[in-house]
Design a binder for this molecule. Structure first.
Ligand code: NAD
Length: 294
């Protein structure tokens, strides 16, 4: 991965209205931080309960701001009113940037992305994928030049870095639009070339796989976490981090990184995250992961 150092000078007017597809952990967070920066958001999911989760997350974060005296109740209402939940692609027509944040499954993403091109012909389309190559996802598109990666980190409202990924056919204008939007959010964009996992997850995946192997070898989860956080100084240990990410997402990420770099990342034969998912332990999202949350 090479970080791009040249500047992008394409037309990049301020983003006024975005679409967010998938109202889960990431989509809900992206909708919240965008609305909080005065950007109108159309948030789409396939079911009402998904939309409800995305909205309740925004509600929770805003309530904390009100409790701390950083926002008034009416400012909170203004932010929430900027998020328009929908189950229909038609509502996306007026958006100028759409961020796809559905499950980390290339087949699902390709279908969703192709549909977005038809729903909003003038919008720049971006994927929040953690690990899948942008050039690969672009194969399902008629206008791959309008497509890039905008990879937020979790939790979206706290993490300052956002990777902007330039696929093989991504235009300078598209990269410029993405960079400008990330800056509008007050976050730090880094433009990277395309590969499985981009920059951050190329570094993070071997760490998560080493944790995976350590647990399979009998390592104590609480001791590993305490060592990596309290003693080593990271904000949280790998078990806690995986619970925050979601075990299902972690499972898919490990699989797609192993497929992108076969035999190079030291993936154990057994995918511990997959076993966790099979046992309905999805992490904080369903209250049970490496730790229990209810
Ligand atoms: P999630 O499971 O919390 O949410 C996914 C949402 O997408 C769900 O609400 C689901 O109903 C919805 N969805 C599924 N199919 C859909 C469709 N066809 N149309 C509209 N909505 C659909 O997942 P997440 O953790 O938010 O991850 C989403 C994406 O973000 C993935 O690509 C993931 O790799 C990436 N990502 C995740 C993290 C993380 O820490 N969880 C961090 C960075 C990037």
């Amino acid at each position: 991965v090479k970080a791009k150092t040249r500047s992008f000078t394409g037309k990049s007017d301020k983003t006024a209205e975005i679409g967010v597809i998938g109202a889960g952990i990431m989509g809900g967070g992206i909708a919240y931080v965008s609305a909080d920066r005065n950007i109108d958001v159309v948030m789409k999911d396939i079911n009402k309960s998904g939309l409800q989760l995305g909205l309740s997350e925004a509600n929770k974060l805003l309530s904390k701001q009100v409790d701390k005296g950083r926002k008034s109740a009416s400012q909170m209402g203004d932010v929430l009113n900027r998020i328009q939940p929908t189950l229909h692609d038609a509502a996306l027509e007026s958006t100028d940037l759409i961020i796809e944040a559905v499950v980390e499954n290339p087949k699902v993403k390709e279908i969703v992305l192709a549909g977005l091109e038809n729903a909003a012909p003038n919008a720049v389309i971006a994927s929040n994928t953690s690990t899948l190559m942008i050039s690969g996802l672009a194969k399902s598109l008629k206008r791959p030049e309008n497509f890039c990666g905008i990879h937020f980190f979790n939790p979206v409202h706290r993490m300052p870095l956002v990777e902007v990924i330039r696929g093989e056919q991504t235009s300078d204008e598209t990269v410029a639009k993405a960079v400008r939007y990330v800056e509008q959010l007050g976050k730090t964009p880094i433009v990277v070339n395309d590969c499985g996992g981009f920059l951050v997850n190329r570094c993070l995946t071997p760490y998560m796989l080493a944790f995976n192997q350590l647990v399979l070898d009998g390592g104590d989860i609480a001791i590993i976490d305490k060592t990596m956080s309290k003693s080593f100084g990271w904000p949280m240990g790998p078990a806690h981090l995986t619970d925050v990410i979601g075990l299902d997402t972690a499972e898919h990420c490990v699989e797609s990184m192993d497929a992108a770099f076969p035999g190079r990342l030291g993936a154990p034969e057994v995918n511990l995250f997959k076993i966790m998912v099979e046992n309905q332990r999805l992490g904080q999202k369903n209250g049970a992961g490496f730790y229990n949350y209810v």
